[in-house]
Write a protein that binds this ligand. Structure first.
Ligand SMILES: Nc1ncnc2c1ncn2[C@@H]1O[C@H](COP(=O)(O)OP(=O)(O)O)[C@@H](O)[C@H]1O
Ligand SMILES: [Mg+2]
Length: 249
């Protein structure tokens, strides 16, 4: 089930020596400590590590929402935080290329499932008929079409995550970024969502970057990245030496 395809590989996200500290009171708290990472097109990358190790902060920097303290992120070759780009430019890049899925989907409660899925297209001025047609296609693809006219709150958590994925896909982004998308799901629904993600990667060749603290999902991909305390620790050996270094401190 793994995708080998080296053909036409292109680096879509290039992260170099990325560090991020937060000011808390008079203290500088380092959260990311020199992350270097390449994500290529059609990769299915899972970043895993314990709660609080900096996974979401890393995703926020990639999304253009959190300026790093040092280091750089190139997004399709464009330096995301260079002085030439402002918030709007970053938001534009994000809207064009990334579909986001969170642990907890954020619904517009007054809208139906299909209207919620269509919503991102209304932000870029797509006429109503066209965007509902597109939403229908995405819902069909994810096996959720029969729920179109329900309110999202009437669906189970697993069903809601599939609808959230349909909404993330509606703009046909090249990249899907998912922050603990299975975090609220029971075991079966979690696996079901993982299978959908794997299929999007294999069949539609979407680049997927997913964060989890559940080791169960590592078997879905060969490129898993272990994060601990704001750093990437690459393999079991380096995890051990890292732990030693950390315990000795
Ligand atoms: N805006 C912020 N201000 C201060 N500290 C933050 C902020 N965002 C995250 N942190 C801290 O950074 C650390 C990593 O958080 P996070 O990236 O959310 O971890 P993870 O997603 O791996 O659970 C945590 O200790 C968290 O409290
Ligand atoms: Mg998190």
């Amino acid at each position: 089930m793994f995708l080998e395809g080296n053909m036409n590989k292109q680096t879509v996200i290039k992260i170099e020596s990325l560090s991020k500290s937060f000011h808390v009171g008079i203290q500088d708290v380092p959260v990311l400590r020199g992350i270097t990472l390449d994500i290529s097109s059609s990769d299915f990358t899972i970043i895993y590590g314990p709660s609080g190790c900096g996974k979401s902060t890393l995703l926020h920097t990639i999304l253009g929402l959190e300026k790093p303290t040092s280091g750089s992120i190139k997004f399709f070759g464009v330096d995301l935080y260079s002085a030439d780009l402002n918030e709007d430019d970053r938001s534009e890049l994000r809207k064009k290329s990334i579909g986001m899925v969170y642990q907890q989907p954020n619904w517009i409660k007054s809208l139906t499932v299909i209207e919620n899925v269509a919503f991102p297209l209304s932000l870029i001025g797509v006429p109503k008929v066209t965007r509902l047609e597109a939403a229908k296609k995405e819902l069909e693809k994810l096996g959720m079409i029969s729920w179109s006219n329900y309110k999202p709150s009437e669906l189970s958590s697993g069903q809601q995550q599939k609808v959230a994925l349909a909404r993330a896909l509606i703009t046909d982004p090249q990249i899907i970024i998912a922050d603990e998308p299975t975090g609220n799901l029971d075991y079966e629904s979690g696996l079901e969502l993982m299978n959908v993600l794997a299929e999007l990667n294999l069949v539609d060749r979407k680049t997927i970057l997913m964060v989890t603290h559940d080791l169960e999902y590592l078997r879905y991909t060969k490129s898993s990245i272990h994060m601990l305390n704001g750093e990437i620790v690459k393999d079991d050996n380096s995890v051990m030496s890292y732990k030693r270094k950390y315990i000795e401190k």
